[in-house]
Design a protein around this ligand. Structure first.
Ligand SMILES: Nc1ncnc2c1ncn2[C@@H]1O[C@H](COP(=O)(O)OP(=O)(O)OP(=O)(O)O)[C@@H](O)[C@H]1O
Ligand SMILES: [Mg+2]
Length: 181
C-alpha cells in the first residue's frame, strides 16, 4: 500500500507489510507501536474515494432522470435514497469517523464483560488510516445467535448462569464492529 517503508519505521516499532485482512476499501496490517502495544493499522486503498464519488455522481444522474420522467422515481424517493447513500459512504470513507464510532460503541458496551472494542490510537489515525489496539477474539458477526442472546447481560448478571460452554467462559474478547463499518 501507499505507506512508505521509512514512514512505517518512524511511526511503528514494527509493521507487517503482508496484510492480515484485505477488503475492497481497505486492508489491515499488524503493527507494534513504539511503546510495545500490539496494534492493527487499517489503510484505505488509494483512489477509493474518487471511484465512489464518480459512482455516486452517476447515481444522482440516474435518480434525477427517474424522478423527472417516471412515476416510480418520485414514489420511492429515489433522489433521497441516493443522498442518504452518499452521506453514509462519505462517513465510511473517513476513518476518523470510524474511530469516533468505535469509541462511542466502546462507551455503550462498557457494562458488558465479554464485549470489547479496540482502543483507537488517534495520534496514528487520519482520514485514510485507522490505528487500533490489536484485539484477540471473535468478531461479533461470527457469534451464533444463541450465544449472542446469552451475551445480552450486563456485568452484574454475568457469570456461569449464562450456560455458555466452558470454553467460552474465559475472558476472550469479542471485537465489535463500529456502526459505520
Ligand atoms: N482491532 C483489531 N484487532 C484484531 N483484528 C482486527 C482488528 N480490526 C480489524 N481486524 C481484522 O481485520 C479484518 C478486517 O477489518 P475491517 O475493519 O476492514 O472489517 P471488519 O472489522 O471485518 O468489518 P467492519 O469494520 O465493517 O465491521 C477483521 O475482520 C479482523 O479480522
Ligand atoms: Mg472493523
Amino acid at each position: 500500500m501507499n505507506v512508505s517503508a521509512s514512514a512505517r519505521m518512524e511511526l511503528f516499532r514494527s509493521f507487517d507489510s503482508a496484510p492480515l485482512a484485505t477488503a475492497s476499501m481497505a486492508q489491515v496490517h499488524r503493527a507494534v507501536l513504539h511503546d510495545g502495544s500490539p496494534a492493527v493499522v487499517k489503510v484505505q486503498r488509494p483512489g477509493v474515494r474518487q471511484r465512489i464519488e464518480i459512482d455516486i455522481e452517476v447515481l444522482h444522474e440516474v435518480a434525477r432522470f427517474l424522478t423527472k420522467y417516471t412515476a416510480l422515481g418520485a414514489r420511492y424517493g429515489i433522489a433521497q435514497m441516493v443522498r442518504e447513500l452518499e452521506h453514509s459512504l462519505s462517513q465510511e470513507l473517513d476513518f476518523r469517523q470510524e474511530g469516533e464510532n468505535t469509541r462511542t460503541i466502546g462507551r455503550q458496551i462498557a457494562g458488558f464483560l465479554r464485549l470489547t472494542t479496540p482502543t483507537v490510537y488517534s495520534e496514528y489515525t487520519a482520514r485514510r488510516v485507522l490505528t487500533l489496539s490489536f484485539v484477540r477474539g471473535r468478531h461479533l458477526s461470527e457469534i451464533p445467535r444463541g450465544e449472542l442472546t446469552a451475551l445480552d447481560a450486563p456485568r452484574d448478571r454475568e457469570g456461569p448462569a449464562l450456560g455458555l460452554p466452558q470454553a467460552d467462559r474465559d475472558r476472550r474478547h469479542l471485537p465489535l464492529r463500529p456502526a459505520s463499518g
